[in-house]
Ligand binder design. Structure first.
Ligand SMILES: Nc1ncnc2c1ncn2[C@@H]1O[C@H](COP(=O)(O)OP(=O)(O)OP(=O)(O)O)[C@@H](O)[C@H]1O
Length: 248
């Protein structure tokens, strides 16, 4: 499935993402430092780490937005990104925003279907300024889905949402992922979100993947499950968050 976006051609791979010896430096400082990473098709991986550890840089490289790298990066041609800010064009109606950047002259029905899928079938003709924060973020998701990605890259997509809207958006992403079966890489600061959604949680530190945790709990996952709490506590400890600091 994976095709080469940069670096030398490699043999065909069955992975959705294959990264080997990836290094990205800014001003002589390696922000991503010899990272190796594979995602299986349909796998949901969450990427945690302190601010500045290189998460967004890694995501941008996988998206093909940053190609100034050393190493090999293989990703599917069909990939889509959603960022923390929905990045909608205010002068285009919602459905046109969903189709933005697609090649050719895509049918409006494509946008309608994607908007339906994220629960916004009734806002197809709306202007972006009339959307709530949660709705705008769902439009951004629809814009990703309309590309029928094999790999969905999400950079803190719920970071700016209030708690309740965030829970709904998390649930939606979980459902979309199960329905679509695409691989997902989710960058997040939220340990609970990572454990709730992912098959595997990676902790980045200093540009490297410092820890990997498989989450083998049935879905939907319960925050009250002691196994959930144990994984969460372990990840928080690895991030250097003590219970007292968390409560503060
Ligand atoms: N274009 C750039 N030029 C110079 N330095 C950069 C550039 N982009 C990122 N960096 C630096 O690379 C490091 C990693 O940044 P990155 O945005 O990947 O971190 P992050 O883990 O996503 O952080 P956060 O959680 O705060 O979003 C930071 O020190 C940042 O200042």
């Amino acid at each position: 499935m994976a095709t080469d976006v940069h670096g030398p051609l490699s043999p065909a791979t069955t992975q959705a993402v294959h990264v080997e010896g990836l290094t990205r430096a800014f001003d002589g400082r390696a922000v991503i430092d010899d990272v190796h990473l594979d995602l299986a098709p349909g796998e949901f991986v969450a990427l945690l780490g302190r601010s500045g550890c290189g998460k967004s840089t890694l995501l941008r490289v996988l998206a093909g937005l940053d190609r100034d790298i050393d190493g090999t990066v293989l990703v599917p041609r069909r990939r889509a990104v959603a960022f923390q800010a929905p990045r909608l064009m205010p002068w285009k109606r919602v459905w046109r925003n969903v189709l933005l950047g697609l090649p050719g002259r895509p049918e409006r029905t494509l946008a309608e279907q994607a908007l339906e899928e994220v629960g916004l079938g009734h806002r197809v003709n709306a202007w972006p300024k009339t959307l709530s924060g949660g709705e705008a973020q769902r439009v951004s998701l629809a814009r990703a889905l309309v590309r029928e990605p094999d790999l969905l890259l999400l950079d803190e997509p719920f970071g700016a949402l209030d708690a309740l809207t965030r829970i709904n958006a998390q649930r939606l992403v979980g459902e979309l992922w199960q329905r679509r079966g695409c691989a997902v890489l989710l960058v997040t600061h939220d340990v609970e979100e990572a454990v709730l959604l992912a098959d595997r949680v990676l902790v980045m530190d200093g540009g490297r993947i410092a820890h990997e945790q498989r989450v083998e709990l049935d879905r939907p996952r319960e925050l009250t499950d002691p196994r959930f709490a144990a994984i969460r506590a372990d990840l928080l400890a690895r991030l250097g968050v003590t219970p007292a600091a968390e409560a503060a």
